[in-house]
Design a protein. Sequence first.
Lengths: 749, 149
Amino acid sequence: MTDSGTADLDIERCVTEPIRIPGSIQPHGALFVVDPESLEILQAAVGDDDAVASGAAIQGARLPDLLPPEAEAMLTGIPARLGSEMVQLGTVRGREAEHHLLAHRTQDGIIVELERAAGAEPGLVAGTFPNVRGFLEGLSRCSTISELAALAAREVRAITGLDRALVYRFDENWNGTVVAEDRNDALPSYLDLRFPASDIPAQARDLYRINRLRLIASADYRPEPIEPALNPRTGKPTDLSFSVLRSVSPVHLEYMRNMGTGASMSISLMRGDQLWGLISCHNKEPAAVGYPVREACDFIAQILSMQITALEGGAYAARRAELQSVAARLLANMAASASRPAGRFVEGLARAESDLLALTGAQGAAIVTGEDMVLLGRTPPESGVREIVSWLADGVRDDLFATDSLAADMAWGERFKEQASGLLAISVSQMHASYLLWFRPEVIETVTWGGDPRKRAESDGAGPDGRLHPRTSFEAWQETVRLHAVPWDQAELEVANSLRTAIVDIVLRQAEELAALSDRLAASNRELEAFSYSVSHDLRAPFRHIVGYAQLLKKFEGEKLSERGNRFVDTIIESAISAGTLVDDLLSFSQMGRATLVPVQLDLAVLVAEVRRLFEHVEDGRTIEWRVGALPHAFGDPMMLKLAVQNLLENAIKFTRGREPSVIEIGGRETEDEVLFWIKDNGTGFDMAYVGKLFGVFQRLHRVEEFEGTGIGLANVKRIIERHGGIIAAEGKLNEGATFTVTLPKRRG
Amino acid sequence: MSDLKPILLVEDSPKDVELTLAALEQCQLANTVVVTRDGAEALDFLHARGAFEGRATGDPAVVLLDLKLPKVDGLEVLEQIKNHPSLRGTPVVMLTSSREERDLVRSYSLGVNAFVVKPVGFEQFFEAIRELGMFWAVLNEPPPRGTLG
């Protein structure tokens, strides 16, 4: 019977076993449940009656009346000061030996236990002091947990004189690994072996958290039943959680026997209020460990617990501090790129690849924002990351998800084992499925179990006794663990989470800033519109008036003026007209930016042909050689594009003036997502040093006497093309010609 | 001569008034030109009320209307003319400095008969006025009153 169903059954039964109310005690002492006021005995189990009056009726008697006379003083008055903590009231002299008189308060009454003191049992201080002192002195030389554990194992075994002392540490799944051991040859070594979680069931672990020390003096003991079974005051069995004589599960005794141990003692190691591990001692033969010795061991265990807490806490704090400084660098990077217009936090993260990986000790990372993805280090292929992201998005998961075995969590996840056996993911924005993912590769690990964990329970459910039996073999058994990565530690998870918060803040801040910016932009657009409206009405009028009056002057008074005077008037007229034209050009430029775009699919060949017709008249007296190649279709506003092409052709004609022949070449092509067309001439060209000025408003590269114009044409073209989401580029060489290339995006969808 | 209807010029800028009058003069149109300096005055004239109560001259052959006017602006005057049962037949030419699309669209939607952006050069302006004046004042007789709705 090695199937896992059996193991589950075993755990299930153990979990339901009433270990706190076993109804019996180990027989090496006596237990009495007494009334807190009258000390009347409510329940009793007498295994060792050395100090108990023989032949007397127990139930209903007053406990001091059954014990040696010195007990009277110890027991009287205890109700006032006794708490739930175990107290040693003193020792009483039985017929054969000394007995410790121990008491603690429970809801069911006061539990008084008598436990025989060992023959040469040391006193608490005198006997155990050298070992405790040795332990305390040794602490300062220990800088690691394994050194501490080894020291504790040595001292505990020395005090108890048992055959073997182990320090046993739980992992996150409650499997335990032996991290330190001190022993003689009576029992085999368990060092480095791992024991399955089912060896110590959950309700036992719960009990170990509150009752720190358990002793089983003999694996072969016959339990002494408590009489009566139910507490007459409560009608229920009495809770023995804190009793030193509490009887244990028969399954556990069988486990001990299978392990070849006759006696065991275990002491809880706590980290804060969590069970960290155990100091577990075994003896081949049954053995008593006296109360003072147990107290000393408990003391050592408590010191060890504090040291572990401090060391792990320190290591955790150091790791945290280290990661936080990495996080701070990352955030600074991110904030720097986020504060630039159009900058995105992703760029800041992606640029700091090594920091991003160091943050969680990952070997690969992916930054996924909606459609975009950046992969860093060792990661699954993009399609794989997409799959993981959609798996994350589909499941209802927290903002942070971490696993050290993706294969165990995600169907077909083992495909990514080489890069992503470990996955740590934070969700940055649910709306756009934005995630930051870190990956760790598979690390194949060999685990040596204390016995084949697949045989953790041998149940002979079909057998005559119908009981569960623990496994019988503790032979080292090696297992190869695959599809697992090094688990993410607490500090890494926390820093990932705080990074998430920071990113969310930055993203939110960006969104807010963007909203504020677009408000300001809208306001300034409104102002600009009002301004240009007023310019169009108010600035044009004076120019019109100047021209009008000057022309009237010339007409009516021209004859009275000298030739020089007439020339002055002509200059006034000309200047005012050119100023007026400037205003008109400026206004049309501003309108270009505001006019609504109505894009359609259009044939550039047709558009160019239409525009060319406008220039037929200027070709008079000039030889213009047109070379128009095939032109693609484009998606744009016909009026606007026509204006742009018109401007470009106008320029080409203007700047080829004087060339014989003027050659103007128009061509185009398309790519998968773009349409390109260009207009090339053999005109006066320009110096590439000034290419940056070419598209500026009122920027001119030629003197006005050479080539007329206000310098707004190309600014208009640029604005039109940019409003279409396209770009325009110019290339030229002085006196050789210029080429203007327009690139327009193809229609989406 | 006296049965020639007047031209109503609505213009607030004295310079534009003078220049327009000079242009009209050169067109040698026989029509008298009535000048009003804001929208309210223009409406008073059109409705023969206020200062123009019992005016001698008849309804205008054409209204040359500036867009930007004090008190009641050009678009509003246009709207009132085109919404008035007896005035709606009067041709209105919008004269404006504006090249604003929205003014143009609004003017046409209100039923303007022509829209002239005052050119910077006087000669062009003169040409425009001459053509408009000739067309609307001389050639284009408005329909007789009352036949339009």
